[in-house]
Design a protein around this ligand. Structure first.
Ligand code: SF4
Length: 301
C-alpha cells in the first residue's frame, strides 16, 4: 500500500500515540470494571416475577408479589423449579429501585423473595431493607446504613408509586446460606421501630432431597417468631429425620414448623398420624396450594 508521506507521523511519534491510545483504552476498561463491580449488588438476575397467592407459611392464601431469582446452589431430587436453577434461567436483570417500584405498584402487603436461592444475590440484604423501608408508613430518610444511597433511591421510587401499607417480606431460602447478616439487619430495623418487617421460610432439606448435608446448622439458633422452618416430606422416612432436627434445635414453639408432603407422593394423612403420635401440637401441615389450584403449572403462579 502506498502511504501518503504528507500525513505520516515519524515512527517514534506513532509509537507514542499508540501507547497513549492503549493507556486510554485500559483506563476506560478499568473504570467500566469498577462501575460494574459497584453496581453488581444492585442489579439482580430475575427468573420471573408475578402476583399470586402465597402458598406457604402463615400468610398462605394471601396475595403476594413474588420475585424469583435465577440460580441455585443445590439440586434437590424433587425440585419443582429446576428451570430456575441455572444462569440460563435469567429472564431479566433488575435493580433494587425497579423491584421496589414494581412491588409498590402491585399494591400488596406481602413480598416473597424466592428462587432458585435468593440469598446467593449480593444485593439481597439491600433489597430487603429497601422493601421494608419503602413499605413503612414513615420511611426513615435519616437512617445511615451501608445501603444508604440505595435505600434513598428506593424510597424516592416508592414515593412516586401508589401507596400501600407496611410490607412483610418473606425470604424463602434453601437453608444452605448463612442468614446471620440478615438477622442483624432485622434487629437494626426493629430498633428503629419500622412497621414493616421480614421473616424467613427456611427449608430444611431431608434425606430424600439428596441435599441434607448442605444445611447450614448455625441458622436454626437465629430463628424467631416471624420465621418458619419448612420440611418437604418426600418419603415416610423423612418424618423421623424431620423430628430429629426439630428436637435437636428446639424449634417447636420458637418458630413455625411446617410439614409439606409432596402431593401424590406422600399421603397427608400419614403426616397427620405422625404429628399425633409425636404430640407435635406446634407443627402445621401444609398442603401444596399451588399444585391444588394450578396442577401442572410451573411458572407464574
Ligand atoms: S433449593 Fe429449591 S430451587 Fe434449589 S434445587 Fe432445591 S428445591 Fe430447587
Amino acid at each position: 500500500m502506498t502511504r501518503d508521506k504528507g500525513n505520516d507521523l515519524p515512527d517514534w511519534l506513532e509509537n507514542v500515540v499508540a501507547k497513549e491510545e492503549k493507556a486510554r483504552r485500559q483506563a476506560v476498561q478499568a473504570a467500566e470494571r469498577r462501575a460494574a463491580a459497584e453496581n453488581r449488588a444492585e442489579i439482580m438476575p430475575i427468573a420471573e416475577r408475578f402476583v399470586s397467592v402465597n402458598g406457604e407459611g402463615p400468610r398462605s392464601g394471601r396475595l403476594a408479589a413474588f420475585i424469583r431469582f435465577a440460580g441455585c446452589n443445590l439440586r434437590c431430587a424433587w425440585c419443582d423449579t429446576a428451570w430456575a436453577q441455572g444462569s440460563d434461567s435469567v429472564s431479566e436483570w433488575r435493580t433494587t429501585e425497579e423491584l421496589v417500584r414494581w412491588v409498590r405498584e402491585a399494591g400488596v402487603e406481602c413480598v416473597t423473595l424466592t428462587g432458585g436461592e435468593p440469598l446467593l444475590q449480593p444485593g439481597a440484604a439491600g433489597l430487603v431493607e429497601a422493601l421494608v423501608r419503602a413499605g413503612a408508613a414513615a420511611a426513615d430518610e435519616g437512617g445511615a446504613t451501608s445501603y444508604a444511597s440505595l435505600v434513598e433511591r428506593a424510597s424516592a421510587a416508592a414515593e412516586e408509586a401508589p401507596a400501600a401499607g407496611p410490607l412483610f417480606v418473606e425470604i424463602e431460602t434453601n437453608g444452605s446460606q448463612p442468614i446471620r447478616p440478615l438477622v442483624a439487619l432485622r434487629d437494626r430495623l426493629a430498633e428503629e421501630g419500622l412497621p414493616g418487617r421480614f421473616g424467613f421460610t427456611l427449608d430444611c432439606k431431608l434425606p430424600a432431597s439428596g441435599e441434607a448435608r448442605a444445611m447450614n446448622e448455625d441458622n436454626y439458633a437465629l430463628l424467631g417468631a416471624d420465621d418458619v422452618v419448612k420440611f418437604v416430606i418426600a418419603e415416610e422416612d423423612d418424618l423421623d429425620a424431620m423430628l430429629a432436627v426439630v428436637e435437636a434445635h428446639g424449634l417447636g414453639g420458637r418458630c413455625g414448623v411446617y410439614l409439606s408432603p409432596i402431593m401424590g407422593v406422600v399421603d397427608p394423612a400419614v403426616v397427620v398420624d405422625f404429628m399425633r403420635e409425636h404430640a407435635m401440637a406446634y407443627a402445621t401441615l401444609q398442603l401444596q396450594l399451588h399444585k391444588i389450584i394450578w396442577p401442572g403449572v410451573e411458572r407464574g403462579v
